[in-house]
Design a protein around this ligand. Sequence first.
Ligand SMILES: [Cu+2]
Length: 135
Amino acid sequence: MRVLPGIALTVLLLGQTALAKNVYTVAEAQVGDDGIQRLEMIADSYYFEPNYLVVKVGVPVELTITRQTMLVPHNFVLHAPEAGIDVEKAIETDGTKIRFTPNKEGKYPFHCGKKLLFFESHQEKGMKGILDVRP
Ligand SMILES: [Cu+2]
């Protein structure tokens, strides 16, 4: 009977490894009638979904991120001042809106900056993604 907890732990670890793989889910923003391109993203433990966001350069972006976890805090960090983006904001369960206008094409990584004590950071667990600014 003492083997069983070991098996359960192994399955759990395998599950976390699978989540941490670099698998991208792509979402491309659509520009609304008001000239704003909108995207929605979920923040869960420990990933963003979608995690590859495609936006147009020079058009205001409104990104709504919703946290799926009640107890685990998450945030959104994207420092790309060269592209006019410099964001570090806590993500709430009722949806946090992040607004910026990307002014330079390129691929800019974002991540969750949270970390609990001596554990791996959320970013190391797979909580990261790419903002792809296109013409
Ligand atoms: Cu996080």
